[in-house]
Design a protein around this ligand. Structure first.
Ligand code: ADP
Ligand code: ASP
Ligand code: MG
Length: 450
């Protein structure tokens, strides 16, 4: 079997004509890359989410013009713009009609139907750009391939159906020597409705397709030349990590390192598929390889930050010497499809952190009145906001002497609202004030990595 790489290019990589051309250079220079997954051009999904959440006519027109400008600035530079103009106009007309519906009544299904257009447009334009280089690129609607459940905004893939559809749609094209260009982020449910995998979900799409196709690797091309010890936008002294394990990278992604969508590593771990992260603007700089068991495995690997966290403190007097309280609470959270990040407990209360939007595509708050009402039936509920989760990621953190001292010394000037240490060998989590988070990351980075 010839080597097969699935490549994914993120929003900034397909933001304009020059960026798209750099991606085309990477693909045409690498005969292994035969399936390519794209995000929407940078900024487009945010605009579409705003339309989907409902806005008045003048704002709708402004947004539609802004989206049109982003796409037409690229199209104008094609040799044969006429090959795609009609399709893009069709998509824009469709967005306009759907946005009008959303201004009257929003729904999660409608949101997904609107926001899928970002990826539809970017892939359509990029396929034309490659064809103009006489490259055998062929456009595929990924909804014919990736099957999901109907959890709009954060759908879960249906693996079995996706395998069947990949075999039927993508494999024959690869056998004909074509290079498949398709959308990340989106799928289709059993009723034929468009779904999305949650914000940043294109990484996940690429890893899923790689797993189903038995690919040798997944190449995530983005705007940074690899995974760093922390977000280089927060700490300029952050260093590139050359090799990192699936576990460590998964912890980083889960706790906010935006460079990888948290679910990306699931298929990679399951099927042991190495993941590469590099910069589409500077491929010569190399990048990070995420693999099963790289060496060395330092005690401190990286810092991750997730802003806008909610802390729920749930207290029940009946928790004293009683059973079932935690089960009740988690049943309610599960019913509302809320995943809990960090948990600490005392004799009569439990504190849990939640991600404000749960990274669903709509970006709406997950803490609904219904959820709070149900929780209040079983306990007293206290909600704190404006918090950030700072995670220290590493190896065997629970068995190293002196870790707590080192961390507490660095954190001593700050108010740490909650700390979780011991559940995972790979992380220590702290909950701090949103406004102090950057400073805390800088202080920890300087103490642990510089
Ligand atoms: P894309 O649009 O290509 O998916 P994203 O914006 O989702 O790109 O992810 C890349 C960004 O992730 C970088 O610009 C960087 O600011 C951020 N990031 C956060 N943590 C890290 C980290 N540890 N290493 C590298 N980048 C990180
Ligand atoms: N375009 C989607 C987003 O902005 C998916 C992605 O970029 O991965 O979230
Ligand atoms: Mg991303």
């Amino acid at each position: 079997m010839p080597h097969l790489s699935v490549a994914k290019f993120g929003g900034t990589s397909v933001a304009n004509f020059d960026a798209m051309s750099a991606c085309a250079d990477i693909i045409t220079a690498d005969t292994n890359t035969r399936v390519v997954v794209l995000s929407a051009s940078a900024g487009v999904t945010n605009y579409l989410v705003e339309l989907a959440n409902g806005c008045e006519l003048s704002r709708r027109n402004d947004i539609l013009n802004a989206v049109r400008t982003i796409q037409f600035n690229i199209i104008e530079k094609l040799q044969k713009p006429e090959m795609v103009i009609e399709k893009i106009e069709h998509y824009l007309t469709h967005i306009k009609a759907l946005a009008e519906s959303a201004s009257l009544a929003t729904s999660l299904a409608l949101t997904d139907e609107i926001i899928c257009h970002g990826e539809m447009m970017s892939t359509c334009i990029f396929t034309q750009l490659l064809n103009e280089r006489n490259f055998p690129a062929v456009w595929v609607d990924v909804r014919d391939v990736v099957a999901t459940d109907s959890h709009f905004g954060k759908a879960a893939p249906n693996d079995e159906k996706t395998v069947q559809q990949t075999n039927a749609v993508i494999k024959p094209l690869l056998e004909q020597g074509k290079v498949v260009i398709t959308q990340g982020f989106i799928g289709r449910d059993d009723e034929g409705k468009t779904t999305t995998l949650g914000r940043g979900g294109s990484d996940y799409s690429a890893a899923l397709l790689a797993e189903v196709l038995n690919a040798n690797d997944v190449l995530i091309w983005t705007d940074v030349p690899g995974i760093y010890t922390t977000d280089p936008r927060i700490v300029s002294a952050a260093k590139r990590i050359d090799t990192i394990s699936f576990n460590e990278a998964a912890e980083m992604a889960t706790f906010g390192a935006k460079v990888l969508h948290p679910a990306t590593l699931l298929p990679a771990v399951r099927s042991n598929i190495p993941v590469f992260v590099g910069s589409s603007k500077a491929p010569e700089q190399g990048g990070t390889w995420v693999t099963r068991d790289p060496q060395p495995r330092p005690t401190f690997r990286a810092l991750a930050l997730r802003r806008n966290q909610i802390l729920l403190t749930l207290s029940s007097l009946s928790m004293l010497h009683s059973q079932g309280f935690l089960a009740n609470v988690f049943t309610i959270l599960a019913k509302h499809k809320i995943s809990v990040d960090v948990v600490t407990t005392s004799e009569v209360s439990i504190a849990i952190t939640l991600d404000k939007t749960g990274s669903t595509s709509s970006g709406l708050d997950i803490l609904s009145d219904d959820l709070l009402a149900e929780l209040r039936e079983v306990c007293k509920v206290n909600v704190e906001t404006d918090l950030a989760l700072v995670a220290i990621i590493g190896n065997n953190l629970h068995t190293q002497a002196g870790i707590a001292k080192q961390l507490f010394e660095t954190l001593s000037p700050y108010n740490v609202r909650l700390i979780s240490y011991g559940a995972s060998t790979n992380n220590v989590c702290t909950l701090v004030k949103n406004k102090e988070a950057d400073e805390i990351i800088q202080a920890l980075h300087s103490a642990l990595f510089e």
